[in-house]
Design a protein around this ligand. Sequence first.
Ligand code: AMP
Ligand code: MN
Ligand code: MN
Ligand code: MN
Length: 284
Amino acid sequence: MNAMQTPHAINADLHCHSTVSDGMLAPTEVAARAHAGGVAFWALTDHDEVGGQAEARAAAEALGMRYVPGVEISVTWAGQTVHIVGLQIDPFHPDLIDGLARTRDGRARRAQDIGDALAKVGISGAYQGALRHVGNPDLISRTHFARWLVDEGYCKTIGEVFSEYLSEGRPGFVPHRWSALPEAVGWIRASGGIPVMAHPGRYNYTDTQHDALFDEFTQLGGQAVEVVTGSHTPDQYRRYADVARHYGLLASRGSDFHGPGEGRVELGTLPPLPSDVTPVWHNW
Ligand code: AMP
Ligand code: MN
Ligand code: MN
Ligand code: MN
């Protein structure tokens, strides 16, 4: 850390994706874009996969950015999907590697089922179409379907595809069982990493479930929560700063960038964390 800068003033972007999961750019290209956006501490956090970490670190270091090894793990909790980011992980740790492999397992089958479900509402060829957008054959995601549906003119935006077809309750939604919360937190901790609750403002839980999720996460050793993310509104920055303080969690910041012009925000452009929380990077 630069001795002149307080942790809050550091431009940290600790959540984004590459072609190794459902992003549109290779890790090296994401690194260049983060650097151009003024990011000083950067983590690539592909879904359920650490295959991009070596390239991301090399690219970041060549640009003079501090690299933070990361991942975003898909979890099923109370019947819904929750994402847990791991920061400062060891991407070579066998528990983490095995756990991620098991979490990825089943994505291919689920993708075929999504294709079949879309065919029932008159959209044929979606599975083959989604495959054309996939960078990593082990990591076919709803995002790849969404890009194909936009290309084919079924919807105007990725967001519209999710609300019309791919979100829970819509015709292309196929329920899936991801890893369990104790497993995901455990793999991150085993590898020496920091478990971070990703974009909590996106989950549709009751207040009771919301509190139970944070209780369980902290009891398991969860250490941080995303406060400023591309998925939150400014009201939610405030709300999750309060949640961080209430549970004694550190606060994280990340764009959740997936590609140029695709939803959310550009790398490095979010506002700083509120002054009353402790940045997860405060002692790095
Ligand atoms: P999957 O892991 O295959 O279920 O896909 C989840 C991914 O879909 C997320 O990581 C986002 O990139 C994307 N996604 C989910 N909901 C939305 C939405 N409402 N708008 C845009 N992208 C979304
Ligand atoms: Mn994604
Ligand atoms: Mn996520
Ligand atoms: Mn993400």
